[in-house]
Design a protein around this ligand. Structure first.
Ligand SMILES: *[C@@H]1O[C@H](CO)[C@@H](O)[C@H](O)[C@H]1NC(C)=O
Ligand SMILES: *[C@@H]1O[C@H](CO)[C@@H](O)[C@H](O)[C@H]1NC(C)=O
Ligand SMILES: *[C@@H]1O[C@H](CO)[C@@H](O)[C@H](O)[C@H]1NC(C)=O
Length: 176
């Protein structure tokens, strides 16, 4: 097989053929770069919009969200810079598709769960600590199927707030 960078003399026909072959290889390689599931990209952008949040610059939200800090070794759960932040698993469909597995929004005054969250179906780590969820429980919480982990996580975030509200409610009576 001839190499694309070979400098040997060739006829015009050979050169043309080689150009076509090389550009086809380049196109095939470009297609192989894993892409975020488009349903999840749309959901993510809508969720951030509803929360009035912007992604950090370490996270390429305008282009391919599952790139940069979302796919490298960055610890999204503890990095101050990556907030809001996501992590992805790009091993799906023979490593051509990325699914969002972590969404972290730490202490950013998020008060409700948008319905679009149910479209992040591969989410297994929803970190909404230090937010006060006061909006209604999302109706999809009842679908305890593939979204079980997400549903439990949302309930826990609501309960954390409830616990805080309960402690401050009862403290005048118990003297604590
Ligand atoms: C990944 O593969 C599954 C099963 O073949 C398919 O249903 C799904 O649409 C694919 N995902 C993407 C984003 O192409
Ligand atoms: C963001 O993603 C787009 C599309 O994949 C890409 O062209 C661009 O270079 C990326 N920007 C950064 C800063 O990574
Ligand atoms: C989820 O994704 C589907 C398919 O793109 C779309 O029709 C639906 O409106 C989305 N649901 C929400 C709640 O965003």
């Amino acid at each position: 097989m001839t190499r694309c960078s070979s400098s040997r003399r060739r006829s015009h026909g050979q050169v043309l053929w080689l150009l076509l072959a090389c550009s086809w290889v380049a196109a095939a390689r470009a297609q192989q770069a894993p892409r975020t599931d488009p349903v999840e990209v749309a959901a993510l952008n809508t969720i951030l919009g509803r929360w009035g949040l912007r992604a950090s610059t370490a996270w390429n939200i305008s282009g391919e969200p599952c790139s940069g800090a979302a796919v490298d070794d960055t610890d999204a759960d503890n990095s101050r810079d990556i907030n809001p932040g996501i992590k992805c698993d790009c091993s799906y469909n023979a490593s051509t598709v990325c699914h969002i597995t972590t969404l972290r929004v730490y202490g950013l005054n998020v008060d409700q769960i948008p319905a679009e969250l149910q479209n992040l179906t591969y989410l297994n780590n929803l970190n909404l600590q230090q937010n006060y969820l006061t909006g209604p429980l999302p109706s999809f919480i009842g679908k305890f199927t593939a979204m079980q982990h997400l549903a439990v996580s949302i309930l826990i975030h609501y309960l954390e707030h409830f616990k805080g509200a309960w402690e401050s409610f009862k403290s005048p009576f118990t003297g604590h």
